[in-house]
Design a protein around this ligand. Sequence first.
Ligand SMILES: [Zn+2]
Length: 178
Amino acid sequence: MGIRPVLLLGNPLLRAACVRVRKYGTPDLLELVADLTDTLHDFRLRHGFGRGIAAPQIGDNRRVLVIEAGGESGGARAIVNPEIVRSSRQMMTLWDDCFSFPDLAVKLKRHLSVEVRYRDPEGKEHLLKARGALAELLQHEIDHVNGILALDRAVDSKHIVYKTELEKIKKGALRKEM
Ligand SMILES: [Zn+2]
């Protein structure tokens, strides 16, 4: 199927908890991974951001993500049935964004590092130790398969803003302490 439409904030499918994948290596699962990868690439071309996508964002309720974190491993990585098995007590604060509300930025806190156990599409088990940008990305995408959106984690409602306004604030064109 290739590139699929990305569901937007308000679509109830983004709020459903997804189901575990039970059979690995099936054509159906491989097609989902291919569609997620194609949709991620297409979105990044058109919007200029994006390092990960979760199945519910294209209307599929399986616990599957595709991330492309650059540096670390390069290329797209398909993550099936992810589970955060350890997370640091230390937190980081950052501005996050999401394909499902591409014009908004939200300030939130994430664990500085996490360990994620997952299967690849063929069913092989992996343990991924991540810190910083990759840790933050994994937490964002794993939230998606639990029906949680970055907006839910905003430090407060004042820190949900349009990206255009955030840029003005950063440049000092708007006077406001964020
Ligand atoms: Zn997202």
